[in-house]
Design a protein around this ligand. Structure first.
Ligand code: GLU
Length: 427
């Protein structure tokens, strides 16, 4: 694997470097669409990268200085858009990759946003609510000049939630001297959030998986699903898929998962997880590791946890027919080819998990109108977007004889490049 000027040295040459994962697909898709070399040069680097140091009063009176990032990859199609994650292993390379993925994701579902991502290196599990609030507010204050409904609109991602979005909205509003709800999405409904936003990513996965099942004439009631992850994406996705009639045979969280070939009652299992903070000891199913879970024989596998779960080390042991990527970057570029050779149909992350940002777009629109939609309106517009995007990518894949991942990148890059050309290059 090659090294790139924007990849951290220490992480170069690694299959699991998310920036490499993103860039190798980008390069391949760019080559296949004969991307103009000047546009290629512009799109392969982010527009702006911001690093901030965040002094935060800890509960014991000490000050801790956290490192935070916001990478704004593109503004070509609209304000930059993307989540903020809190985790001990957040790195600039990861945030860079995730920011570019947001650009491609927004273009795949054709919402008028660019792409961005943020992150703070911290361990939210070890922080009190007060510490999290102070850190979030100071991070927002450091980024004031760069955020705004027309500039860059954050949202939740790993370990951030509606409460964190409320603090960002409030901090930004205090400095603006008026309430600016449209500066973030994924807020609580009471203060400008959208109905259906919380479930949107999981619901989007359901919609695209339904279409894939139609494509292969699969009967949903006989379709066995394995879900990695029990959070906002995996947990809600599993609940919605079960309600639709799919048979969920395994589900996991970070410490491990549960498996029952006859099916799991997802609501009951999630309730157990909430009470016990682990699936261990759950009587209705066997406890298994995450590695075992990924290799179970099933029809649909939904990796909805984190990056680099399917790599060249385990790709040939994956036994699903359809891989619906709930997480961002769960599969490495090296694993793509192995899955393709095995005939596994991959619904790539930038399509499969785009339901979240689609409803974020609806939230931003509603905030700017000051007029809020019914939940069924949100869900039916989301369905239209996901179904249409699925078939657009599928058509692209068939027309160009490429897999769904490369087709999604080709479609996205094509759209961004076209718009960039129309605007003209200010160079
Ligand atoms: N963090 C989510 C994602 O990766 C949502 C982003 C958004 O709504 O802006 O797609």
């Amino acid at each position: 694997m090659t090294t790139h000027p924007y990849a951290d040295d220490a992480m170069s040459f690694k299959e699991t470097n998310p920036f490499e994962s993103m860039m190798s697909r980008f390069d391949e898709a760019a080559r296949l669409i004969n991307l103009d070399p000047n546009i290629y040069k512009i799109l392969r680097s982010p527009s702006r990268e911001i690093t901030v140091y965040i002094p935060t009063f800890m509960d014991d009176g000490r000050i801790e200085v956290f490192t935070g990032y916001r990478v704004q990859h593109s503004f070509v199609r609209g304000p930059a858009k993307g989540g903020i994650r809190y985790a001990p292993d957040v790195s600039l390379d990861e945030v860079r990759a995730l920011a570019a993925w947001m650009t491609w994701k927004c273009a795949v579902v054709n919402v008028p946003f660019g792409g961005a991502k943020g992150g703070i290196v911290c361990d939210p599990q070890k922080m009190s609510i007060g510490e999290l609030e102070r850190m979030t507010r100071r991070y927002t204050a450091e980024l004031l000049d760069f955020l705004g409904p027309e500039k860059d609109v954050p949202a939740p991602d790993m370990n951030t939630n509606e409460q964190v979005m409320a603090w960002i909205m409030d901090t930004f509003s205090m400095h603006a001297r008026h309430t600016v709800t449209a500066v973030v999405t994924g807020k609580p409904i009471e203060i400008g959030g959208s109905r259906g936003r919380r479930e949107a990513t999981g619901r989007g996965i359901l919609f695209v998986t339904n279409e894939a099942c139609k494509k292969f004439n699969m009967d949903i009631s006989k379709t066995r699903v394995v879900v990695q992850g029990s959070g906002n994406v995996g947990g809600i996705g599993a609940q919605l898929m079960q309600k639709e009639g799919y048979k969920i045979i395994a589900i996991s969280e970070i410490k491990g998962g549960i498996y029952n070939p006859n099916g799991i009652d997802v609501n009951d299992a999630l309730e157990y997880l909430k009470q016990n903070k682990t699936y261990e000891g759950y009587k209705e199913a066997d406890f298994i590791t995450n590695a075992e879970l990924l290799e179970l024989e099933c029809d649909v596998l939904v990796p909805a946890a984190t990056e680099n779960q399917i790599t060249s080390a385990n790709a040939d042991k994956i036994k699903c027919k359809i891989l619906s990527e709930g997480a961002n970057g769960p599969t490495t570029a090296a694993a793509d080819q192995i899955l393709y050779d095995k005939g596994i149909y991959v619904i790539p992350d930038i399509l499969a998990n785009a339901g979240g940002v689609t409803v974020s777009y609806f939230e931003w629109v509603q905030d700017r109108m000051g007029f809020f939609w019914r939940e069924d309106e949100v869900n039916s517009r989301l369905k239209d977007t996901m179904v249409e995007s699925f078939w657009s990518v599928n058509r692209y894949a068939e027309k160009h004889g490429v897999n769904m991942r490369i087709a999604a990148y080709m479609l996205a890059i094509d759209r961004v490049a076209y718009d960039l050309k129309l605007r003209g290059i200010y160079a």
